[in-house]
Design a protein around this ligand. Structure first.
Ligand code: HPA
Length: 266
């Protein structure tokens, strides 16, 4: 951890980010209008290179409305073969850099007919179906407690800001429960039925490990899913990565606008 922090501070000087944003599939365009200090993951000690197409793989340190941010363009996934300790390592690094608010975005499949592709969903809660937990292992007491509470993980305060910005922009914002499975295979129709029965609204392969670690580190968490497709069995089209990235790009413009407006109020 020391090596990572020293490396980053050497590049960023006295820039101290207060908030972090993690951009999911196809949402990299959020950074197009932003300038700042860029550091490729491949250069950062302790970071793994991102291997997924459609993810850029770098940190951007920048200001938005005079507030200081670190933005992750692309994340590390469990299905890439990284242990959860590696996929969530950046969150711990951000905490050590002074971050106390984090926005986690993702592309997700809809589990409900009334949540069509193109929708934006504020995550109200999650179900961890990854079969593991990023906090397994020796606990670092400087970051958080051994048995952290996961109540109110997704900040009501930040969600209220998000909803008020959506209303201002005329964007229809939904709310729901995000289910995380490991991937990389998409769900079967039977699994999709099960997740919906259990109260899930959307399904994906990320976000939950980072959210758990962020809450453990006492950060305020805002989670947003961009619904890119109907999950398996809900439509005639089988989920596929091309569709996910394309819808990410199309509906991602709406999410980019909403996110920009929201983080200005952080
Ligand atoms: N399932 C899982 N992850 C996803 C999906 C999906 O349908 N769409 C985007 N990410």
């Amino acid at each position: 951890m020391r090596k990572t922090i020293d490396f980053i501070k050497n590049k960023t000087g006295d820039f101290k980010p207060e908030s972090a944003i993690v951009l999911g599939s196809g949402l990299g365009a959020f950074c197009d209008s932003l300038e700042g200090i860029k550091i490729p993951y491949a250069d950062i000690p302790g970071f793994a290179p991102s291997t997924v197409k459609g993810h850029r793989g770098e940190l951007l340190f920048c200001e938005i409305n005079s507030k200081k941010f670190v933005i992750m363009q692309g994340r590390f996934h469990f299905y890439e073969g990284h242990p959860l300790s590696v996929t969530t390592y950046p969150v711990k690094v951000f905490k050590k850099l002074g971050v106390d608010k984090i926005v986690l975005t993702n592309a997700a499949g809809s589990l409900r007919k009334d949540l069509p592709p193109g929708s934006i969903m504020a995550i109200s809660d999650h179900i961890n179906f990854m079969g593991s937990n990023p906090l397994i292992g020796k606990n670092d007491e400087t970051l958080g407690t051994r048995f952290p509470d996961m109540n109110n993980l997704y900040s009501k305060r930040l969600r209220e800001i998000l909803f008020s910005c959506a209303q201002k922009l005329g964007i229809d914002l939904r709310e729901g429960v995000y289910c995380a499975l490991t991937g990389p295979s998409y769900e079967t129709p039977a699994e999709v039925k099960m997740l919906a029965l259990l109260g899930g609204s959307a399904t994906g392969m990320s976000t939950v490990p980072e959210a758990i670690v962020a809450k453990y580190c006492s950060m305020e968490v805002l989670g947003i899913s961009l619904i890119t497709n109907y999950a398996a069995g809900l439509s005639d089209i089988a989920p596929n990565h091309k569709e996910v990235v394309e819808m990410g790009r199309i509906a991602g413009a709406k999410l980019t606008e909403l996110l920009m407006e929201t983080v200005k109020l952080f």
